[in-house]
Design a binder for this molecule. Structure first.
Ligand SMILES: Cc1cc2nc3c(=O)[nH]c(=O)nc-3n(C[C@H](O)[C@H](O)[C@H](O)COP(=O)(O)OP(=O)(O)OC[C@H]3O[C@@H](n4cnc5c(N)ncnc54)[C@H](O)[C@@H]3O)c2cc1C
Length: 510
């Protein structure tokens, strides 16, 4: 239940704090934790949801043999890039181990490929043809970046490397599995250089392993666990179920946050971790209006949607291979039409659960998320019948979230469009006076991933804590760009712009 705040009106009646943290997701909790680590404990965390974790969200689904429900993740599901002996470790993996989250390695070689006639083996397209083109694109991206050349779309890069799926629907399915499934956009709508930077920073720096989390406490158990390392139970600095409607930063030395119940908080600084989707959909009113350069940053990055559609079948009538993790479907007409299917009945997951889920992104997500469960269920059952034959049982449970219309997220995670330089992205990151920004989308190198939200929150939290303790003018100096150029200069690949580790030189791009 919401905690009572002082009524609105004269801002002298608002609750006061040094830093208000807007959002209790990964970035917000990491920001508050790093302030706490710097002994700066005068903060308030606000979130519209009733739980800590934001887009790391779960629900119950289906039933096991004893009638107890399973837990499934609606949002983030994988720990992406773990780490290797002696090398850097993904902080999300470190925390997953600390909280003993149940997880299993996703084996992308455990796959059977299908088209509308049933199983058809086109794994060669995956393992040879696409991989060959990828190796060329990877080199080319490093070349564009090191030579300050203009970015290309990932589509252009693939075509130049000889990968041209055109009307070949098997190739389209393979491409979707390799690209859209990760970035939530097609190669046509994604940056060549930054898609490669994003991939390399996570999967080369740490490791190329993705571990799937299916913990009955929910994946967010680690974020909640970390929050309660510095918050006490019922801590008055955590305001859940609290909907922020406006942010007024017009005063020189304070910022006023107003909630839907007309309560308010006055702070010296705010860290806004609301998703890019929330910022793009004008959910929160900013006073004054955000400057043009900031708006360009917000509108420049794009917000993707990634939808998991869950089905439980009678466990004693499982019709797919019990030992396989993934099933890839190539629809004859529509690219991205319920292409990837994952079995939670596979060994190491929830054997005997009878749970299968499909993933769609982008326009197929928007369509599915606008329509009723019944229509979507009929579509996915038609696909499963193409793959496995007409005599499969009906699901006993069916459910999917609707990220694109969720008012506290408006999408799943961000993606870097073709041709956007590091300067536009830095404008998304940069502060506007006392108003700071952090979240997965503000991460230059790890956008889309939990580690991006973690690092961005941590960085802005510790920066603010340090400046509050010392030189205040230092707090207002994040870099922003009034005039945007079309290329990213090597000189701009600095921590100031969020480039903290090289995702190139180590890996052979000289
Ligand atoms: C379907 C899906 C699949 C994903 N898969 C993976 C994956 O496998 N691996 C991975 O690493 N990442 C994955 N991600 C991305 C990952 O979930 C995000 O990068 C990360 O959770 C973002 O954290 P954040 O703190 O930046 O934002 P959020 O988690 O969105 O936190 C922001 C908080 O602000 C709150 N808020 C928003 N508006 C308001 C308002 N007006 N008033 C008050 N509170 C408000 C929200 O409730 C939210 O809690 C996935 C995301 C989705 C949705």
């Amino acid at each position: 239940t919401p905690r009572p705040l002082h009524p609105r009106g004269n801002s002298t009646q608002c609750r006061k704090t040094s830093v208000v943290v807007l959002g209790a997701g990964m970035a917000g909790i990491a920001a508050a934790q790093s302030m706490n680590n710097e002994s700066m404990t005068d903060f308030i965390i606000v979130d519209v949801n009733s739980y800590i974790g934001g887009r790391v969200a779960h629900t119950t689904f289906g039933k096991d043999a004893d009638g107890n429900p399973y837990t499934v993740e609606l949002g983030a599901n994988w720990i992406q890039g773990l780490g290797s002996d002696g090398g850097p470790e993904n902080p999300i993996w470190t925390l997953a181990k600390k909280y003993k989250l149940t997880n299993t390695y996703s084996d992308y070689d455990s796959i059977i490929t299908y088209d509308e006639t049933g199983p058809v083996n086109y794994t060669d397209l995956l393992n040879v043809d696409f991989e060959d083109a990828y190796a060329t694109v990877e080199q080319d991206a490093g070349y564009l970046l090191t030579e300050n050349l203009h970015d290309r779309s990932y589509r252009t890069a693939l075509s130049l490397a000889g990968w041209k799926p055109k009307k070949d629907m098997l190739k389209q399915a393979v491409e979707w599995w390799e690209f859209d499934w990760e970035y939530s956009y097609s190669p046509d709508l994604s940056s060549e250089t930054w898609s490669i930077v994003n991939y390399n920073t996570t999967f080369y720096q740490y490791s190329d392993e993705n571990n799937y989390v299916f913990d009955s406490r929910g994946y967010n158990a680690f974020i909640e666990g970390e929050a309660y390392t510095f918050l006490s139970p019922n801590d008055s600095r955590l305001l859940l179920n609290t909907n922020v409607t406006s942010i007024d930063y017009s005063s020189n030395n304070s910022i006023t946050i107003t909630m839907s119940d007309d309560s308010c908080i006055v702070a010296d600084y705010a860290i806004c971790t609301f998703s890019l989707g929330v910022l793009q959909n004008d959910v929160v009113e900013f006073t004054p209006k955000l400057p043009d350069w900031k708006q360009e940053g917000i509108e420049g990055m794009q917000m993707g949607t990634y939808t998991k559609i869950f089905l439980q079948f009678p466990p004693d009538q499982q019709f797919w291979d019990a030992n396989t993790q993934f099933f890839l479907y190539a629809d004859p007409y529509e690219r991205g039409w319920y292409p990837v299917w994952q079995s939670l009945s596979a060994p190491g997951f929830l054997p005997g659960s009878g749970i299968l889920f499909a993933t769609v992104v982008y326009t197929e997500s928007y369509r599915a998320e606008q329509q009723s469960d019944d229509i979507t269920k009929a579509e996915v059952m038609a696909v499963l019948k193409n793959m496995f034959g007409d005599y499969i049982p009906d699901p006993i449970d069916f459910m999917y979230p609707r990220w694109s219309t969720e008012p506290w997220a408006y999408g799943s995670y961000s993606n870097w469009p073709p041709g956007m330089s590091i300067e536009t992205h830095q404008n998304l990151r940069a502060n506007v006076g006392p108003l700071y920004f952090a979240g997965e989308a503000t991460s230059t190198e790890y956008y889309g991933f939990l580690q991006g939200a973690f690092f961005e929150g941590q960085e802005v939290g510790s920066k603010l804590a340090q400046c509050i303790k010392g030189n205040l003018t230092e707090c207002r100096k994040e870099k922003s760009y009034e005039a945007i150029k079309g290329t990213t200069n090597m000189e701009d690949l600095t921590p100031t712009n969020g480039w903290t580790v090289s995702s190139m030189e180590v890996y052979g791009f000289d």
